[in-house]
Write a protein that binds this ligand. Structure first.
Ligand code: SF4
Length: 292
């Protein structure tokens, strides 16, 4: 066996898919309603959308056609200009419930003009204004990714746009689904939980416990090396990377189970340590990423 490849821990439940399959079944049977949904990208690197586009099981078409009624998605929609912004207005004024997903942080400098999301009737609509307007009547607000949840790289030093996470501009409960980028299954799983059961149980950082209840360290295929005190001194070695700076002990995600791109692909599986990208304070508080 290639010791640098981590075996998939099949003994663990594949929870996001369980929720997603149940939600789709409930919608088909008419026992649950497909909710309206607005996905707004603010100040970020597009990573959440790239990861979502790379998801295959289920993929973006499933999200757009089966799980929710996506009324606005600024990265994946045909309308542009004022017609696109009117999709937001129509959704929030429809009287129907909707879920509001935000990927990205919110710049505050210069009254928020570092991120303009629309030019409507001769007036610039900043991300700050849009987020506060859309969140008012939303049934649920979901922060997708570390920038929306905690500030992330967008709010990292020197933070020239004075970007902040969603919870600093909204006075309401926000479901934080961090990750840089967030795994598509954690976002779709959270949406599916809302469709099935409503608000998920959240931890002290408002993350769904189902997907963020365990540290990477608790699920890591290299954990036995850690327990026996056997540590890698260089990259490429199969042992525990704690002494190279691994942040798995303080990072709560399902990376070891869900992995990426429908493959073995995840940082420790690819011989690089966890850098804590889903943790509060990433990246500033997680540096240096590598220690020798
Ligand atoms: S320190 Fe990192 S590599 Fe070592 S067992 Fe924990 S998560 Fe795995």
């Amino acid at each position: 066996m290639d010791k640098t490849k981590c075996p998939l821990p099949n003994s663990k439940p594949y929870m996001p898919l369980n929720y997603i399959n149940r939600a789709i079944e409930s919608i088909r049977q008419g026992t649950a309603q497909k909710p309206n949904c607005i996905w707004l990208e603010t100040s970020t690197c597009f990573g959440e959308i790239i990861a979502l586009l790379d998801g295959e099981n289920p993929g973006v078409p499933f999200l757009l056609t089966d799980l929710v009624n996506m009324t606005f998605f600024n990265s994946i929609m045909t309308d542009s200009g004022e017609a696109a912004y009117e999709r937001i207005l129509n959704t929030i004024n429809s009287g129907e419930p909707y879920i509001f997903i935000v990927s990205g942080a919110i710049p505050l400098r210069s009254e928020g003009r570092y991120t303009i999301i629309a030019n409507y009737e001769g007036r610039y609509i900043t991300a700050l204004e849009a987020v506060q307007t859309i969140a008012q009547n939303a049934s649920y607000v979901v922060a997708a990714g570390t920038c929306a949840s905690f500030g992330g790289p967008t709010a990292a030093r020197p933070n020239v746009s004075q970007a902040v996470p969603l919870n600093q501009v909204l006075d309401r409960l926000i479901i934080n689904v961090p990750g840089c980028p967030v795994h598509p299954l954690w976002i779709l799983g959270t949406l599916a939980h809302i469709v099935n059961f409503g608000m998920p149980a959240l931890d002290e950082q408002n993350r769904p416990i189902t997907f963020f209840g365990l540290t990477i360290h608790e699920q890591c295929p290299r954990r036995s090396f850690f327990d026996y005190g056997i540590f890698a001194s260089t990259y490429g070695s199969p042992e525990c990377m704690f002494k190279l700076g691994c942040r798995g002990p303080v990072t709560r995600t399902q990376c070891p189970i869900n992995r990426w791109n429908e493959s073995d692909n995840w940082p420790i599986g690819n011989n690089t340590n966890c850098i804590g990208c889903a943790s509060f304070g990433f990246p500033d508080l997680m540096q240096p990423f590598i220690r020798y």
